[in-house]
Design a protein around this ligand. Structure first.
Ligand code: NAD
Ligand code: LMR
Length: 329
């Protein structure tokens, strides 16, 4: 008998990321395992028509795994029965802005969405927040979903993780598949810390292969941390297809597990590991097993790394204080 389809809700469905994401979800790449999918799309009223147009195109692809598409402008309806929720809908930054500048503009979106998830999502709901500032928006949504286990709320640092792998592979002239165990710590912002000190290339320590610490401090870390701004500068718009691809990777691994002998990065609710205050949504090295992310434990953190992790975590605490001030927490 055919499996019951899983329901995936995508907000901001008519946006740039939405357009790059929906066709990949419908083709089966998000859930994996040949699972069928029902899409529920959420947009603001002014963009519902455009989302309906995308739904027409989804029909036209005749994806065998797509079991239906519905479009809503009401969060309560959109999250009804959702097994997976991708919270993409939010304003992107433009040139000269930092992602934190979006707090006031976007934070308000995530309170009603958290409430709607709490009210009607499926018991196994998994939430990925992509809309910026992603970590703190995830914290807002999670705070307004008291009946949902907190560990179901995550924010996306997989794009940073993928960017870091690509930069490291280029430097060492290896393929991306040879690079393992890289970590993004902290906030999805310019303070994030891409950490190569546990990374391996074909089992050899990446840091030894790099040799030169000044490349890390002066080129690699700022390049990865500021890549979003570089894309905005060069492309004239914020990253879209690469962000959609990272969202697919994040949820696919969460559901299907991370490969043995490797880990990935995701912003998840801290349990106090590595000195990150419990309750903050911060990026960690994680493995996924049985549908849950677990923080990789026992890694050495030297002074170089400690300072950078602490700086990013301090920024997350400032963002939390700012949204408390806005009445969103
Ligand atoms: P976009 O402007 O093209 O699309 C955003 C869409 O969200 C629009 O269609 C808008 O109508 C919709 N929207 C706004 N408020 C909404 C609401 N309350 N409910 C439902 N939909 C709503 O933007 P984009 O390029 O698709 O980017 C979306 C967000 O993702 C931005 O905040 C951007 O900064 C962020 N982003 C995050 C990452 C990451 O790595 N975490 C990467 C890239 C972009
Ligand atoms: C990115 O990292 O590309 C996104 O968060 C968009 C941005 O504002 O940088």
């Amino acid at each position: 008998m055919a499996q019951t389809p899983l329901t995936v809700t995508v907000t901001g469905a008519a946006g740039q990321i939405g357009y790059a994401l929906l066709f990949r979800i419908a083709s089966g790449q998000l859930l994996g395992g040949g699972r069928r999918v029902k899409l529920r799309l959420l947009e603001i009223p002014a963009a519902v028509r455009a989302a309906e147009g995308t739904a027409l195109e989804l029909d036209d692809c005749a994806f065998p795994l797509l079991a239906g598409v519905d479009v809503f402008d009401d969060p309560k309806q959109a999250f009804e029965g959702a097994n997976v929720a991708l919270l993409v809908g939010a304003r992107p930054r433009t040139k000269g802005m930092e992602r934190g500048d979006l707090l006031a503009a976007n934070g308000g979106i995530f309170k009603p969405q958290g409430e709607a998830i709490n009210a009607g999502a499926a018991p196994d709901i998994k939430v990925l927040v992509v809309g910026n500032p992603a970590n703190t928006n995830a914290l807002i949504a999670q705070a307004h979903a008291p009946d949902v286990p907190a560990d179901r709320f995550t924010a996306m640092t997989r794009l940073d993780h993928n960017r870091a792998i690509a930069q490291l592979a280029r430097k060492l002239q290896v393929t991306v598949g040879q690079v393992k165990k890289l970590t993004i710590w902290g906030n999805h912002s310019a303070t994030q810390y891409p950490d190569v000190f546990h990374a391996e290339v074909d089992g050899r320590p990446a840091a030894e292969l790099i040799g030169d610490r000044s490349w890390l401090a002066d080129e690699f870390i700022p390049r990865v941390a500021k890549r979003g701004a570089e894309i905005i500068e060069v492309r004239g718009a914020s990253s879209a297809a690469s962000a959609a691809s990272a969202a697919i990777d994040h949820v696919h691994d969460w559901i299907n597990g991370t490969p043995e002998g490797d880990w990935t990065s995701a912003a998840i609710v801290s349990d106090g590991s590595y000195g990150v205050p419990a309750g903050l949504i911060s990026s960690f090295p994680v493995v996924a097993r049985d549908g849950r992310f677990e923080i990789v434990q026992g890694l050495d953190v030297d002074e170089f790394s400690r300072q950078r992790i602490d700086a990013s975590v301090a920024e997350l605490q400032e963002e939390r204080t700012a949204v408390q001030g806005l009445g969103l927490l």
